[in-house]
Ligand binder design. Sequence first.
Ligand SMILES: Nc1ncnc2c1ncn2[C@@H]1O[C@H](COP(=O)(O)OP(=O)(O)OP(=O)(O)O)[C@@H](O)[C@H]1O
Ligand SMILES: [Mg+2]
Length: 323
Amino acid sequence: MNKHTPIKPPASLLERANELYDFGAALRGPAQEATPVAQPASPSVAEPEAAKAPVAPVAAPAVAPVPPQPVVRPTPAQAKPRAHIDRDALRAANYIDPEGPVTGLSEEFRIVKRQLLLAARGGKGFDAIEHGERILICSANPNEGKTFCAVNLALSMATEKDNRVLLVDADFAKPSVLARLGIEGGRGLMDALADPSIDVEDLVIETDVAGLSVLPAGAQTNQDTEYLAAARTAAVLDQLTRHDPARIIIFDSPPALAASPASVLALHVGQAVMVVHADVTTDSALRDALSLLSGCENIQLLLNRAKFSPTGRKFGNYYGYGA
Ligand SMILES: Nc1ncnc2c1ncn2[C@@H]1O[C@H](COP(=O)(O)OP(=O)(O)OP(=O)(O)O)[C@@H](O)[C@H]1O
Ligand SMILES: [Mg+2]
């Protein structure tokens, strides 16, 4: 009688990418070694803080005493008007719907997010890695799904009650994050890097997805890489963290092989996610791209658009995208 092969637990998109592209120990940072632990599903979107508890002072009642009101500390997010994120556009483009039901896609990003957050914050026996709260999303070539993954990861992380997520459009030549979310652009990171009189925090746009804010790319210059390489970049990024230490900062970058900002940004982040387009990204392109990101010590591969999933999960099946 044939022996049954033991069934392996479902592999995450990070693990499957590593099986496909064997870059071995060169890639393994702390987050790589950490086995993602299944957690109870978090609610799709946390109720906006403002809606949870009234902050207006309560007048002393004439008769019955009012029970003590919880102290609500205004977060930076509450101070600004919120831009509306176009849920219909997200759904139409097969992105995670912040208020939608749990889907295969949201589950995949939940697993990826756990691993990145563990490296960012530490826990379960692992120390937090330096600047692990800054995560660069990159790929070797154009069109491999960087923005798709950056936006979905940000939406997924924003559901974490203790986190706030700042999604930075760092693709200065071809910014697309705000358009994907249906938000109007404006001044952004590059403006703050080019002009020391600008407070980068003033350019952060709060959104009506609780916990999610975005920073536009800003005006492109012909010296983007030089501005990024200057000392001011570290100061501007530090300022973003100092303003809100609970923030996870996700950078949507240009392709590593097509533009130089990605390799410079890699110097400033604690973690990088290299999106690989299943069946398309070649081994040599990936190897070249990884060497360009060598400024970051913790790089993980994330498999996008795999047509075959041993787990039967659907992420990457194009969902009607393209052919
Ligand atoms: N797994 C997926 N399922 C469905 N659609 C996807 C998936 N991955 C990417 N796409 C779609 O493919 C197109 C290209 O993806 P995306 O814009 O994220 O790539 P990119 O790497 O950011 O490209 P660029 O290098 O031009 O910035 C987009 O329309 C995106 O919505
Ligand atoms: Mg993009």
